[in-house]
Design a protein around this ligand. Structure first.
Ligand code: ZN
Length: 401
């Protein structure tokens, strides 16, 4: 076919330059299509043993540059190294697992499990990024993943992140995150080794400054999250004084809409001791200026690495005995206050930007303990040190009536 086209060009005399140019372009397009097909045919055999038990497999051979699957695998790899701080081996281990779980299809479903890592519905909704089918994108699901790694799956993050061998990393991810019990382990590991080669994993070291440790970190397994309103056994008797408001002006007076894992208190097994010491305002729903929920003094701005914390935290103390934590919403560029500042109810603390990968939500904590170290020491203990911010602010709003 290529020869015929060439022959035609050579035999027609007086052909205009433009027709010649178009003809040559057509040859390249034809050649490209033929070579492209050959490549796909050759490489399919090398990974045809990766049977993926989900519907709707994403496009193309993931080991061939330029296919949709390749791009997704590469996006996962880059996210794990650049945003989570994992080694190239660790990130490759995650990619190998995604291959088996979903075939790199963010819309994959087997009826009860969904997305790139085949989450249950409750886990997929944690963090507040995914509410509907059209939200199931690679970008959103990586936010869900980051949210879990910073909250209930710290062990998976750190162990896999520090791995120096892709095959070991694939097993660790299965042990700590997928918890499949070694299902299709050889395929997870073979995928990891392939990803390690494809994406240059050997040259990427763990970045401890990003991988770090987090207050919310815990070692909890996959658990069904109760979707009913979480209530604390400790705040029924709390008397709230003074003026209080919600941290975002878009929160209705009746209170924020939160999914199970964002709420205060017993979270059904998501975190250590199943306890969440504050509420998470996901930036997909609540974003923009963060207001001081109560008046006080900015006692400390914690940077990652201080107090064993892996994020920025603004600590406000109040004359009527509260310690208030605004954390995980951003870095120094997003924080509007400085240590020593006095703030009134409603003053700007900072800004939570929508669509962030690293800073995906505002975690608001309200404690009866003004000493930051002591309060953080009780991050996983439901002993009344941490109060339910929703209850406190609701009561405080009533004070203004
Ligand atoms: Zn939180």
């Amino acid at each position: 076919m290529v020869n015929l086209v060439k022959k035609k060009i050579y035999t027609i005399s007086g052909i205009s330059i433009s027709i010649l140019v178009i003809s040559v372009m057509m040859i390249f397009i034809l050649l490209g299509a033929i070579l492209g097909d050959n490549n796909n045919d050759c490489d399919t055999s090398s990974d045809s043993d990766f049977d993926v038990n989900v519907t709707g497999v994403a496009g193309g051979d993931w080991t061939v540059k330029g296919t949709e699957s390749y791009n997704t695998a590469k996006t996962i790899f880059d996210f794990m190294t650049k945003k989570v701080g994992m080694s190239g081996a660790g990130a490759a281990g995650v990619v190998g697992n995604a291959l088996v779980e979903s075939g790199f299809n963010p819309k994959a479903s087997n009826g009860t499990h969904f997305g790139l890592f085949q989450w249950t519905q409750n886990r997929l909704e944690a963090g507040g990024y995914i509410k509907a089918e059209e939200d199931k994108t690679v970008e959103n699901e990586l936010k869900v993943l980051k949210y879990e790694l910073d909250h209930g799956y710290k062990t998976a993050k750190v162990q896999v992140g520090k791995a120096s061998d892709p095959s070991t990393a694939a097993k660790l991810w299965d042990d700590d995150f997928e918890k499949s019990g070694g299902q299709a382990l050889a395929k997870r590991q073979a995928g990891a080794v392939r990803a390690y080669e494809l994406f240059g994993g050997a040259s990427i070291n763990v970045d401890d400054s990003i991988l770090g440790s987090t207050v919310d970190g815990a070692n909890a397994g996959e658990q069904a999250l109760a979707d009913e309103e979480n209530t604390s056994c400790n705040d029924g008797s709390v008397v709230v004084s003074g003026s209080w408001i919600w941290p975002f002006s878009s929160v209705p007076k009746s209170g924020p809409k939160l999914v199970a894992a964002q709420k205060f208190g017993n979270d059904g097994g998501f975190r250590t001791n199943s306890f969440h010491d504050g509420v998470d305002f996901g930036d997909a729903t609540y974003n923009g200026d963060i207001h001081a929920v109560h008046g006080g003094k900015i006692s400390k701005i914690v940077k990652p690495g201080e107090y064993g914390v892996g994020f920025y935290l603004v600590w406000e103390t109040t004359d009527d005995g509260y310690g208030i934590s605004y954390q995980e919403f951003g870095d120094m560029n997003d924080i509007s206050v400085k240590e020593g500042d006095t703030v009134k109810t409603g003053d700007k603390i900072g800004v939570s930007r929508p669509g962030g990968e690293e800073y995906s939500h505002l975690h608001l904590g309200i404690s009866k303990e003004k000493d930051l170290g002591k309060a953080l020491g009780k991050s996983f203990t439901d002993d009344g040190t941490w109060l339910n911010p929703v209850e406190v602010i609701k009561k405080g709003l009533d004070n203004d009536k």
